[in-house]
Ligand binder design. Structure first.
Ligand code: GLP
Length: 267
């Protein structure tokens, strides 16, 4: 696992955006350029700065999304596209609407209004598989370490499916719903932990003091379904991009190790 520690949120986002851009460009210049680059994407406040920078690059002609297919991590059950807290709305408002060459047909987001969640989720997995899997899955993390909407004690082998949201997550997310946890849907559709870890690379953004316990559990804790983010320890291409504020619960030797190793030239 790589842990890339940046001074602050803005620098973390620039690092992550540059990394994603580099991967897309390498793909488009490489032997697999005839198939699309498959990018997994999250919602939440953490990725907003990354989306802003990727959109800036795109508008400036530095990065094309014409050969990119996206799959989002999750969606609230019962919220239509036009609901301003649906993840469909979030993604268009914060990202897709700002890209000049993203093809709408290449955008995949679980349908929160489905009447058949089981089929919706099975179809989503099948569609990911039809592209040969996800090249790079960017994600965020909840304060309880949830990855996508895989709350504590979700199987680390889980696939896309329906999820119950915990009271804690509904309280945390109520900041977007007029501070009323009851207005936050109690169910969501989400890719599984296994769906994320099947990706060739996983890049997780962890920023802010409130994520410090989750970062420590991801990097230093034992792998456990209590912290679903800890599944990344078994992934061969996992990168955590974090800010200083999130490092508060790391031991000093862990913190120093990653600062030191990241200064060295990558092999
Ligand atoms: C929600 C999403 C997660 C996201 C998390 C963290 O629960 N389902 O995918 O990672 O929020 O959000 P934020 O980045 O706002 O802290």
């Amino acid at each position: 696992m790589r842990v890339v520690i940046q001074d602050n949120y803005e620098k973390m986002c620039l690092w992550a955006a540059n990394y994603i851009a580099k991967r897309i460009k390498e793909h488009n210049a490489g032997p697999e350029k005839d198939r699309p680059f498959v990018l997994g994407l999250p919602t939440g406040s953490s990725p907003i700065g990354v989306y802003r920078e990727l959109a800036r690059m795109n508008k400036a002609g530095e990065l094309s999304f014409a050969n990119v297919v996206t799959f989002n991590m999750d969606e609230y059950l019962g919220l239509p596209h036009e609901h301003d807290q649906s993840y469909w709305y979030f993604m268009h408002d914060n990202f897709f609407n700002h890209l000049v060459d993203m093809k709408p047909e290449n955008i995949n987001i679980l349908n929160g209004m489905t009447t058949d969640p089981v089929k919706e989720c099975a179809d989503y997995e099948a569609k990911i598989a039809s592209y040969g899997g996800i090249d790079l899955f960017m994600g965020g993390i909840g304060v309880d370490g949830h990855i996508a909407f895989n709350e504590p004690f979700t199987s680390l082998a889980s696939r896309t499916g329906l999820r119950n949201l915990t009271t804690d997550t509904r309280i945390v997310n109520s900041r977007f719903f007029g501070n009323d946890p009851e207005k936050v849907p109690s169910l969501a559709l989400s890719v599984g932990v296994g769906t994320v870890t099947d990706s060739k690379e996983v890049l997780i953004l962890i920023n802010g003091h409130n994520k410090a316990r989750a970062l420590a559990a991801t990097v230093e804790g034992s792998m456990s379904h209590k912290w679903t983010c800890s599944a990344l320890q078994m992934h061969n291409g996992a990168i955590i991009a974090c800010d200083e504020a999130a490092c508060g619960e790391l031991t000093v030797d862990t913190y120093k190790y990653f600062l030191d190793i990241e200064k060295k030239e990558r092999l």
